[in-house]
Design a protein around this ligand. Structure first.
Ligand SMILES: Nc1ncnc2c1ncn2[C@@H]1O[C@H](COP(=O)(O)OP(=O)(O)OP(=O)(O)O)[C@@H](O)[C@H]1O
Length: 257
């Protein structure tokens, strides 16, 4: 089957229960090609659960995910693996693979492409991790390992990229580099969905923001729509300011409410 360059993913009244507790309720939203979407919200709001449903790692309890209008549950697993690439929030390597071999796992849905080594090397370059290529992943620092895992996400050709808190372990240079990478991926036509805690990075790089609270979609829209002191103050329980300059927002949390 012809590989897709672009993919639209939708959640239709998505609901999820974990251990009998509702953690997502009636979430309806669409992720489009050329768009970088940030999923934000307090701890436990349901960001990871939503991303896991989108990636096919969790099965919704109600509602559904559609990929270009087709019910995702009807898409064969091998095909779904070529449509979306997913980086979970925390992933501890179980084996002592080299970084290059870990990155190459991101190419598995496409078999063993002839230019595998060049692709792995290019992906490691994207995250400034080429110097770790031969190093066992068990001998990397937390942020170095995260960059190698990000290279695994970026090495393939999936039109939908999903990453859960990709910047969390990274220093500021590598956070900026990574967000620029994701921006370029979206500008080239990919559908990019990131769970983020850093509201300034979300405002600066993302086209759309989904704000979750208690498993519900509290707001969605542009950063200007969603990042108001009243709404963010209410959802996170902090007084705050957004200082906008040329489309760049500095988010300043001021005090607990
Ligand atoms: N493996 C699990 N089993 C049962 N409940 C879970 C599991 N993982 C998460 N939960 C619950 O699901 C809800 C949503 O969690 P989720 O991890 O999706 O939130 P989150 O917004 O990603 O949070 P954080 O910002 O802390 O990563 C929480 O109430 C959490 O306690």
């Amino acid at each position: 089957m012809k590989e897709k360059k672009h993919l639209e993913a939708s959640c239709l009244k998505l609901g999820l229960e974990r251990h009998g507790q509702p953690v997502l309720s009636e979430i309806s939203c669409t992720f489009k090609p050329y768009e970088l979407t940030a999923v934000v919200g307090p701890n436990g709001a349901g960001k990871s659960s939503l991303l896991q449903c989108l990636a096919g790692a969790l099965k919704p309890t109600s509602g559904r995910i559609e990929l270009d209008g087709q019910d995702a549950e009807q898409v064969p697993a091998a095909r779904r693996a070529r449509l979306s690439a997913f980086l979970p929030q925390a992933e501890v390597p179980a084996w002592s693979l080299s970084s290059a071999d870990l990155v190459a796992l991101g190419l598995l849905p496409w078999g063993r492409p002839a230019d595998r080594e060049q692709r792995v090397s290019a992906a490691l370059n994207l995250v400034d991790a080429q110097q770790f290529a031969d190093r066992p992943v068990t001998q990397l620092s937390g942020g170095e390992l995260r960059r190698v895992q990000l290279a695994r996400l970026l090495v393939g050709e999936a039109p939908l990229l999903i990453a859960d808190e990709p910047t969390a372990a990274l220093d500021i240079r590598h956070q900026l580099q990574l967000m620029q990478n994701f921006r370029r991926q979206a500008d080239a036509g990919k559908t990019v969905v990131l769970a983020l805690h850093d509201l300034s990075l979300a405002a600066r790089f993302c086209d759309r923001v989904l704000l979750l609270q208690g498993g519900q979609l509290r707001a969605q829209g542009t950063a200007e729509d969603v990042f108001t002191p009243a709404l963010i103050g209410d959802v996170y329980g902090v007084s705050c300011e957004f200082r906008w300059r040329d489309g760049v927002a500095d988010f300043v949390p001021l005090d607990l409410l």
